[in-house]
Ligand binder design. Structure first.
Ligand code: NAD
Length: 490
C-alpha cells in the first residue's frame, strides 16, 4: 500500500472552536490519486455490510476499522473481515486511529449527525445513510461542518446515482417535454406489521452498550421486543417509514420538482393504526408540502390492501407501490424503483422509458471520486441534498406530532379548499376503511398546519413546532453547532 502523507488538518479559529468539543487530535490526509483510502464503517449489523462490500479491498479502499455499539456485531465483523481490521464499540476511540481516511455509517438515524460531525472534526470524509439526520437543526449543522472543514459528505440516497435513467427522466420533465409540472406524489406502500408490545421494559441484549446505543437520544425503557431495527418506529430514535423507505422517494420527487429548500407550508394527516404495539410513528400518513410551483404529496401505507389481512397484498396508486408519480399538464412520469422511469402521455400511452441497474456501486464510487477530487460539487447526493429531503420527512412528522384526533368529515371540511390534498386524504380514509378501521372510533390525527421560512428553516406560526426542530441532547452526546455556539443538552 502506498504511504499516505499526513499533515495537521485545521489551523486557526475553526480548530480552536472544534477543539473545545473534541477529545482526539484532528488529523487530515493529503491523498495522491493512487493512494489507498483507509475505510471505517460505523454501525454494521445489517446495512453497513453493503458499505463494507464496496470498501473492503475494493474501489481503491482498504477496510481498517469497524465500530458497533453491539459487541456481538463487532466480534462477528472481525471474524468475517479479518484480524487486521480493528474493532471498536465507541466511535470516539475509533477516530483516534490514524489510518482512517473515510467513514461510512449505517447506525440508527439518531446517531447519523454525531457520527458525521465527529468524523469531519477528526479529518475524515463521510458516507452517511439516509435520512442523514434525526432532526432539522442537526442536519443543517452537518452541511455547515462539511463546508467549514472542506469535507466530502455523501448521502445514502443511491437513486441519485441513477444518472442515466432517473436523472434523464428528471431532465426530460424539467425541459418541459410533458408541459408544466402540476404535482409530485411519493408513495411508500410497504408492509409494516405490528412490532409487538411488552408489559415490562425490554431487557437490553447484554452485548449492547445501551448508553452508547442511545447516544444523543433519550435513554428510556423500551416496551418493544426487539432493540435493533425496530427503533425506526419510535420517534426517539427513528423517523417512521416516511423517513426510512420514504426518504428515497421524497428525494426523487423533490429532484423532479427542482426545489432546493424546505417547503413553506406542511401538513400531515395519519396515525399508527390497525394495531397497538411498542411503536409510536405513523404507519399510515399523507404529508402535503405546499411548494409554490407544484406541491409534493407523500403517502405512506404500512397496512395491507384490506381486512388487515397481509395475504391481500399492498395497495398501489396509479402503478406506484414504492415509487413516485410526477404529474404534468401533458402526461406523467412513474419512477417505480431506484433505477428506472417511464413517461406516459395524457391518454396513458407510454412515450419514453429509461432503465438502469442497481445504483449502489456507482453511488459509493461517486463518493470516492469526490474524495479524491476534493469537490463536493462532484457528488451525486451531497449532504445538503440529503439534508433537505430528510428534513421534508421530519417537518411532516412535526406536523403529525402536534396534531389532534379528527373525524373523516372534519378533515374533509378542513381541506375543502385544497383539492389535491383532500383527494389524497380521501384515499387514505378509503384504505383504512378497507381495513375495517372505523374512523369515527379510531381517529386519525389531523396535523398542525405549519408555515416555514425556508431561508431560516424555522416555523413562523408555531413555537412548539420550532422546539421540535432540535432535541435536548444527552450530556457527552450533544451535536456541536458549526458556529461554535453552545447547544442545549438534557
Ligand atoms: N440506503 C439504503 O437503501 C438503506 C437500506 C437499509 C438501511 N439504510 C439505513 O441504514 C441505517 C441502519 O439500518 P439497519 O437496518 O442496518 O439498522 P440496524 O438496527 O439493523 O443496525 C444498526 C447498527 O448500528 C449499531 N449502532 C447503534 N449505535 C451505534 C453507535 N453509537 N456506534 C456504532 N454502532 C452503533 C447498532 O448496534 C446496530 O448494530 C438506517 O439509518 C437506515 O435508514 C439505508
Amino acid at each position: 500500500m502506498p504511504t499516505i502523507k499526513r499533515r495537521d488538518f485545521i489551523k486557526g479559529t475553526a480548530a480552536s472552536a472544534a477543539a473545545s468539543v473534541l477529545p482526539w487530535t484532528m488529523t487530515g490526509n493529503v491523498l495522491g490519486a493512487n493512494d489507498t483510502l483507509g475505510a471505517a464503517t460505523v454501525g454494521f449489523r445489517s446495512r453497513g455490510h453493503s458499505h463494507i462490500r464496496l470498501v473492503n479491498n475494493k474501489n481503491g479502499c482498504k477496510l481498517v476499522a469497524l465500530c458497533d455499539a453491539d459487541k456481538g456485531v463487532v466480534g462477528s465483523g472481525i471474524k468475517k473481515y479479518g484480524e487486521s481490521v480493528k474493532g471498536y464499540t465507541d466511535i470516539r476511540k475509533m477516530l483516534e486511529q490514524k489510518d482512517i481516511d473515510i467513514v461510512t455509517t449505517a447506525t440508527p438515524n439518531h446517531w447519523h449527525a454525531l457520527v458525521t460531525i465527529w468524523s469531519i472534526q477528526a479529518g475524515k470524509d463521510v458516507y452517511v445513510e439516509k435520512p442523514v439526520c434525526h432532526n432539522v437543526w442537526e442536519g443543517r449543522q452537518m452541511v455547515e461542518w462539511a463546508r467549514k472543514e472542506g469535507k466530502i459528505v455523501q448521502t445514502g440516497t443511491q437513486s441519485r446515482s441513477s444518472r442515466s435513467s432517473i436523472g434523464k427522466a428528471v431532465k426530460f420533465v424539467q425541459d418541459g417535454n410533458l408541459g408544466k409540472i402540476q404535482y409530485a406524489v411519493g408513495t411508500c406502500f410497504k408492509p409494516r406489521k405490528s412490532i409487538g408490545k411488552l408489559s415490562q421494559p425490554m431487557q437490553i441484549p447484554e452485548n449492547v452498550d445501551y448508553d452508547l446505543w442511545c447516544g444523543p437520544a433519550a435513554k428510556v425503557d423500551l416496551y418493544r421486543p426487539r432493540l435493533h431495527y425496530d427503533w425506526h418506529w419510535d420517534y426517539n430514535t427513528g423517523n417512521g417509514d416516511m423517513g426510512n423507505q420514504g426518504i428515497h422517494q421524497m428525494d426523487i420527487a423533490r429532484w423532479f420538482l427542482g426545489e432546493p429548500r424546505l417547503s413553506p407550508r406542511v401538513l400531515s394527516v395519519g396515525g399508527r393504526l390497525g394495531y397497538d404495539d411498542g411503536g409510536d410513528t405513523a404507519n399510515t400518513q399523507t404529508v402535503y408540502h405546499d411548494y409554490e410551483k407544484a406541491p409534493l404529496i407523500f403517502e405512506t401505507r404500512g397496512l395491507p390492501n384490506r381486512d388487515l389481512n397481509w395475504g391481500t397484498g399492498m395497495p398501489r396508486w396509479r402503478g406506484s407501490g414504492v415509487g413516485v408519480i410526477v404529474q404534468c399538464e401533458g402526461g406523467h412520469v412513474l419512477v417505480p424503483n431506484y433505477y428506472s422511469a417511464v413517461a406516459y402521455d395524457k391518454s396513458g400511452k407510454e412515450v419514453k422509458k429509461w432503465r438502469g441497474t442497481d445504483p449502489m456501486t456507482p453511488h459509493v464510487q461517486n463518493f470516492l471520486s469526490a474524495v479524491r477530487s476534493r469537490k463536493h460539487s462532484d457528488l451525486n447526493a451531497d449532504i445538503e441534498e440529503g439534508f433537505v429531503s430528510s428534513a421534508l420527512c421530519i417537518t411532516g412528522n412535526i406536523s403529525h406530532k402536534l396534531g389532534k384526533p379528527a373525524s373523516p368529515s372534519s378533515i374533509q371540511s378542513a381541506l375543502k379548499s385544497d383539492k389535491l390534498f383532500a383527494e389524497s386524504a380521501e384515499r387514505l380514509a378509503q384504505h383504512l376503511e378497507a381495513n375495517k378501521i372505523d374512523l369515527n372510533k379510531t381517529k386519525v390525527t389531523f396535523g398542525a398546519v405549519l408555515e416555514m421560512d425556508p431561508k431560516t428553516e424555522r416555523f413562523t406560526n408555531n413555537d412548539a413546532a420550532n422546539k421540535l426542530l432540535s432535541r435536548a441532547y444527552r450530556k457527552d452526546f450533544a451535536v456541536p453547532a458549526a458556529n461554535g455556539k453552545k447547544v442545549a443538552s438534557g
